[in-house]
Write a protein of this length. Structure first.
Length: 161
């Protein structure tokens, strides 16, 4: 995976739900650090160093990396001490995410069961012939609205302009 692919992955995640600037900065920082290390993962990086380089608090870095982990953009293991820093790994998304994205979209559109669909189609389909409208009460509605129905018949036009 390349630098631009990881950044595109970040923006795809941002389209699903907004990302705070601190998380964007941390992710870009980690991608840059991984690039410096020739994409060897996992790579170690001190939380103190990250907070100093990004000019944010240590707690902001900790919160941002937890959120990036929940978004499945990175994985990390907490460092044991100042001499053993945290290790990070960038996660490569696959096309499996499209299943999660489309589940919410198709769920609302398929609310009718097969039997309900048949009943729905039969009950809502009406014959719009001139004779049937009188039975359904549409003539009285049209009279109240001032609409006059004119039945048409097909005939060939023999006149000229």
């Amino acid at each position: 995976m390349t630098y631009i692919n990881y950044m595109n992955q970040l923006w795809r995640s941002a389209m699903m739900s907004p990302i705070p600037a601190s998380e964007i900065a941390l992710f870009a920082y980690l991608v840059n650090e991984c690039n410096k290390r020739f994409w060897q993962m996992p790579f170690a990086c001190s939380t103190t160093r990250i907070s100093n380089d990004l000019c944010v608090s240590r707690q902001t870095v900790i919160t941002a990396r937890e959120h990036l982990t929940k978004r499945r953009l990175i994985s990390f293991t907490e460092g044991k001490s100042r001499h053993v820093p945290s290790t990070y790994m960038l996660i490569n998304w696959t096309d499996d995410l499209t299943v999660e994205l489309t589940d919410g979209l198709t769920h609302d559109l398929t609310h009718l069961k097969d039997k309900e669909k048949d009943n729905f189609i039969k009950s809502d389909s009406t014959n719009f012939s001139f004779k049937e409208r009188g039975k359904n009460g549409n003539d009285s509605q049209n009279r109240r609205r001032g609409i006059k129905e004119i039945p048409t018949t097909a005939s060939s036009y023999e006149g000229t302009f």
